[in-house]
Design a protein around this ligand. Structure first.
Ligand SMILES: Nc1nc2c(c(=O)[nH]1)N[C@H]1C(S)=C(S)[C@@H](COP(=O)(O)O)O[C@H]1N2
Ligand SMILES: [Mo]
Length: 201
């Protein structure tokens, strides 16, 4: 008999969509909320971009809904180890919103903040280049309140805690300012493929 590599036999190949240390949640879409889920009225809802920009901008619900919509289909990864494959999302590209505000050259980071007080930080470069959206819909339906509706941030190439639910705006900064989970030990950037779960990973 030819030698075989132990551990390679009788095991299904690992799904290549699954980052290290993650499992496939299948049909489940767990809800993870640290604060109390707010009820937001779209008649008074706003989204703003301020901080280090040429023009601070604030959109109403009607204004933001009139902007060109994009679709993104793909996988999301929560740091608590569930991943969900093949999701369908739609919303406005953060690139489109930033174009109006005009980031200043010294703007290198962003803090996303929610109507409920949640915050999360990331390099501005993770919000540009067609990789981040202000999402209104998931799986073909308006975002439910528990999943961040009426609108949440979607930054699917980073762990999902960066995708702030009930997002109220982005503040652009020169220095990195840790958000809620980042102050509580989570990694500053949170790349699932490098398993950047905690500070120091
Ligand atoms: N406002 C707010 N946004 C949040 C969170 C939160 O607690 N509050 N949790 C984050 C985490 S840890 C994850 S995994 C996802 C969960 O989104 P879901 O509840 O729609 O699955 O939202 C992220 N955005
Ligand atoms: Mo999470």
């Amino acid at each position: 008999m030819p030698p075989v590599t132990r551990g390679f036999v009788g095991r299904r190949p690992r799904d290549r969509r699954l980052p290290p240390g993650q499992y496939d949640a299948g049909d489940q879409w767990p809800v993870l909320t640290a604060e109390r889920a707010p009820t937001l009225d779209t008649a008074r809802w706003t989204f703003r971009i301020d901080g280090l920009v040429e023009r601070p901008v604030e959109w109403t619900w009607d204004e933001i809904r009139a902007l060109p919509r994009e679709r993104w289909d793909g996988d999301i990864h929560c740091v608590t180890t569930w991943s969900k494959f093949g999701m369908r999302w739609s919303g406005v590209a953060v690139d489109t919103l930033l174009e109006t505000a005009g980031p200043l050259p010294e703007a290198r980071f962003a803090v996303a903040h929610s109507h409920s007080g949640y915050t999360t930080n990331m390099p501005l470069s993770d919000l540009t280049g067609g990789r981040a959206w202000l999402a209104f819909e998931a799986q073909g339906a308006p975002l439910t309140r528990e999943h961040g509706g009426p609108a949440r941030l979607l930054v699917p190439h980073l762990y999902f805690w960066k995708s702030a639910k009930w997002v109220a705006g982005l503040r652009l900064t020169a220095e990195d300012e840790p958000g809620f989970w980042e102050r509580n030990g989570y990694h500053d950037r949170g790349d699932p493929w490098s398993e950047q779960r905690f500070q120091g990973d």
